[in-house]
Design a protein around this ligand. Structure first.
Ligand code: SF4
Length: 394
């Protein structure tokens, strides 16, 4: 809640289209759906309008276009979306507006108009500097494309860039991982996210491992890779503020912080998830069904209770205990600041340490949590065993 009595809100817009499918990807995204994109943008504008109609009392301080591949959208499609956002929501003048992008899509001609439309943060899927690994991932870019994309982004005026890398992948070695980290650091991003591979059923990579074409990921090697990254990033002046995220001072991703504080955010677009007004919900996954739900022929939608729309697939109103448990699990991921006890008490009316005294005493005694007057944080050991802590808190 700010001084005007408004709550800050974050918007996630899911663009569920990609040119090709990466071998490790389990996101809700589709290839060869070019014919649907324009109708999808109309539907997304409608979803923006419907949710915005119930969002009085909220001010939008972050917008994140994720996917999928948002950088497949044209300038005209982004203009329509920004038009709908501006007329439907109160956007704060300093709102953080991020677009996830494939390096191959980025040049000055594409980026400069986006910057003028208000996009002020780019998240570029670098993933690796090894050509062999990029081929294994079925990525459609090479390392040179990343270098050109970063150069184009800086040239277009972006001073807030994120680069993503993946580790713990079959056939990846400490040497290739170190080379990827060095190359990423040489490009001087303002923020970096390092994701451990999660081998998901239904992906090509999962099938290759199942059929013995690839070795299974090595968890011990992945842990060593994480340690190496932690050391190299600290030495390069990047602060770690979340389990998988590092940045230069002042470049924390405000959008992701909203998730980690479990503050209200709307997920718009097929398969997106949201949490606002005490309701956790997910949107229809299929782009065709999503479009059909939002663009019925010549039919006016009546307003549903915020944040629901005709495109919502499932919704549940959270009990207070569930909201507390979910909030703790997310908030403890903020490794540096941990859970701010005063902020927690303002929100839930109870001091965290009183609420979970026996559990917190045990985890403190076991060296997993660190507690002081202002915060409760995971220790380094607690970070490695965070699943144990999170499981017991639920
Ligand atoms: S570009 Fe991203 S969303 Fe698309 S298939 Fe690859 S990993 Fe998945």
């Amino acid at each position: 809640m700010n001084s005007q009595g408004s709550r800050s809100l974050s918007l996630y817009l899911h663009i569920p289209f990609c040119k090709t499918r990466c071998s490790y990807c389990a996101f809700n995204t589709y290839t060869q759906f070019d014919h649907l994109v324009d109708r999808f943008v109309d539907a997304l504008c409608e979803e923006i309008r419907l949710t915005g109609a119930g969002a009085n009392g909220y001010q939008v301080h972050t917008i994140f276009f994720g996917g999928g591949t948002p950088s497949l959208l044209t300038h005209g499609q982004f203009e329509r979306l920004f038009g709908a956002l501006a007329t439907s929501y109160t956007l704060l003048p300093d709102a953080e507006i991020t677009i996830e992008a494939n390096p191959n899509d980025l040049d000055r001609a594409y980026l400069a108009p986006l910057r003028r439309m208000g996009v002020n943060r780019l998240s570029i899927g670098m993933q690796s500097s090894s050509e062999m690994e990029l081929r294994l991932f079925d990525r459609r870019h090479d390392n040179e494309a990343v270098v050109r994309a970063v150069d184009a982004a800086r040239g277009a005026g972006f001073d807030n860039l994120n680069l993503d890398l993946i580790f713990g992948v079959p056939q990846q070695t400490m040497a290739t991982w170190e080379a990827s980290l060095r190359q990423m650091l040489a490009l001087q991003p303002d923020h970096t996210s390092l994701y451990a591979l999660s081998l998901e059923e239904g992906t090509s990579m999962h099938n290759w491992v199942e059929r013995g074409k690839l070795p299974a990921p090595d968890d011990d090697l992945a842990a060593d890779m994480y340690d190496l990254a932690t050391d190299m990033l600290a030495a390069a002046g990047y602060g770690q503020y979340e389990i998988s995220n590092w940045c230069k001072p002042g470049h924390e991703c405000r959008h992701n912080l909203q998730y980690w504080y479990n503050e209200p955010y709307l997920g718009l677009g097929p398969g997106a998830h949201g949490f606002a007004n005490g309701v956790r919900y997910s949107v229809i996954r299929s782009p065709q069904r999503y479009i059909a739900a939002l663009l019925p022929q010549a039919e006016e939608h009546s307003a549903a209770a915020f944040p629901l729309t005709p495109a919502v697939d499932e919704a549940v109103t959270l009990e207070r205990d569930d909201e507390i448990a979910e909030t703790l699990i997310m908030w403890l991921r903020l490794t540096h600041e941990g859970v701010d006890r005063a902020r927690f008490a303002r929100r839930f009316g109870v001091d965290l340490v009183h609420l979970h005294r026996s559990l917190i005493d045990r985890f403190t005694h076991d060296g997993l949590l660190q507690v002081d007057e202002t915060s409760v944080r995971l220790t380094d050991r607690g970070r490695m065993l965070s699943n144990v802590v999170f499981r017991e808190l639920v």
